[in-house]
Design a protein. Sequence first.
Length: 245
Amino acid sequence: MVSTTPKHAHADDYGLNTSVNNAVALLQKNKQLDSVSVVTNFASFKEISKDIAALPIDVFLHVNLTEGTPISPAQKIPSLVDNNGLFFNQLTFIWRCIMGKINADEVYVEVKNQYDRALQSGARIVGLDSHQHVHAFQPVAKVMYDFAAAHNIAYVRSYKQVCTKGLSARCIKIVYVFLARLSGRGRLPISWRKKSWKNYMMATWQDTRFYEGSVTVVTHPGTNYDRQGSIITSLLRHYKHVAKK
């Protein structure tokens, strides 16, 4: 067991909403982040679009296929959206992956549009990951690795490198492995088989008492996703004040 304050932290969801944007900005100002992932399909991305190019840390694209409105016209990506033109929620999306109802070409279209919006802000995207772990499943996993290769993107967050300590995190990983195999027709998708980026722990899975100093902790500032919220309070003393803005 180690200190609950990690030495290395990565923030997901930058651009999701104002609360997240404020929390990430303050963490970055205090030099408590090594890298950040931006989500580009929300209106609140405009709040940060002028600041991204100047970030002195690595920037990843946080591909979102499960929340809000896509950038692509709904008629171009019918397998990804409901009758209202909104993305399916996480559970529905995973089920559709397992049932073979997600079209890989349509995933590529939306990933490209989200990537292009990030580039328009001046961001230099060095890696890809995904909102709510959609690239743990086929066909999204292969699409994202193919997209990274085609656009000279160095990293894709790999589930082969996710570290789990304690019963809760291990159980969560077991569930994801099971569902990922179903989506891959018995075989784990490439996102579980190929190493890329670095070893990391998910604050959404992991009890803070198991954090390892040498491992990057993936956090979600300004949200209630992380277990007990304690990862952020350990990083940023005034987090609650920031999150309420």
